[in-house]
Design a protein around this ligand. Structure first.
Ligand code: BJW
Length: 250
């Protein structure tokens, strides 16, 4: 798929020293991981977020929530990073500062080779005590759900609705958004806060904000560049154009 990427955007990237990126479920869609809010294929089309992604839902039915996450963990283990993840890992090497902030819990950025990854919503590969919050590893396989030594249930180390994001991750993300020259928002519907605020913070601080998404989102009207298409096709093209421009000059 060929998408028109404006040369003006490539030149702003070529001149940038600090780049921040926010990714969402859409970057992993082409690896075979479902998004949340896509109308037919999104997880929330078939599952109730109040029952599966809130502390109250876990308190009501810990077995249901544990098993839902165990299924998703198994699915993630069986997929690979796609050309979008791989292009982002290559882009990281081209900038003085490149901060990749992700809402995803699937480790696909790290598996693609990205180094500076800030995880806003935790990671499905870890579990923690639902009371003490201490991280337990490896994940016990024996029970559904297993218990901590204190007797409380273990739960996935992810951020559910109504829970605070990890303070250090959020602080790093906000700092990167406020000090970048170019901000890329990729594969997120920009509906979930505080992640959705990051591109707006970047915009207020004077950055060029770019969106890569096949659909329009709540963010689109605020962006200077909206590249409408799949990240797995657009990001490799963006990388190739940037490499060509840096080789030959604008
Ligand atoms: C492609 C593509 C391709 C497809 N290429 N693109 C301010 C206002 C209103 C509400 C709030 C507010 N501040 C806080 C809240 C409450 C709440 C919130 O935001 N609610 C809104 C939904 C209204 N936020 C919270 O509760 C957060 N905590 C918090 O703020 O604490 C303090 C506080 C609490 C309470 C009140 C006030 C303050 C925590 C949010 C935790 C979110 N957790 C989840 C689950 C994580 C674990 C798990 O995976 O199970 O995180 S929910 C889910 O949504 C998941 C995602 O990370 C997150 C974002 O979704 P994302 O990534 O954007 O996915 P989609 O599906 O929405 O979009 C995919 C996009 O990809 C689409 O646009 C497609 O078009 C696109 N796409 N294919 C590129 N090939």
């Amino acid at each position: 798929m060929s998408i028109v990427i404006p040369q003006e955007l490539i030149e702003r990237l070529a001149a940038a020293r600090r780049v921040a990126v926010l990714t969402g479920a859409g970057i992993s869609a082409e690896s075979g991981i479902p998004t949340f809010r896509d109308a037919l294929t999104g997880l929330w089309a078939n599952y109730d977020p109040q029952e599966l992604a809130t502390p109250e839902g876990f308190a009501r039915n810990p077995k249901l929530v544990w098993e839902w996450y165990a299924e998703r963990r198994a699915r993630i283990a069986g997929v690979a990073p796609n050309p979008g993840h791989i292009a982002l890992a290559a882009l990281e090497k081209r900038f003085e500062r490149f901060t990749l902030v992700t809402q995803n819990i699937d480790s696909l950025h790290q598996r693609a080779g990205s180094r500076e990854v800030v995880e806003l919503h935790g990671n499905i590969a870890r579990v923690k005590c639902s009371v003490e919050q201490t991280v337990a590893s490896p994940i016990p396989q024996d029970d559904s759900p297993p218990r901590c030594h204190c007797g409380a249930y273990l739960r996935p180390d992810v951020v559910w609705f109504g829970e605070m994001l990890p303070a250090d991750a959020l602080a790093r993300a906000e700092e990167a958004a406020e000090h970048c020259e170019v901000f890329l928002s990729i594969g997120t519907s920009a509906q979930v806060y505080p992640a959705a605020e990051l591109p707006l913070r970047a915009l207020s601080a004077g950055a060029t904000v770019v969106e890569i998404n096949p659909e329009r989102t709540a963010l689109t009207r605020h962006t200077q560049f909206s590249l409408q298409g799949p990240a797995g096709a657009i990001l490799p093209q963006l990388l190739a154009r940037l490499e060509a421009t840096c080789r030959t000059g604008p």
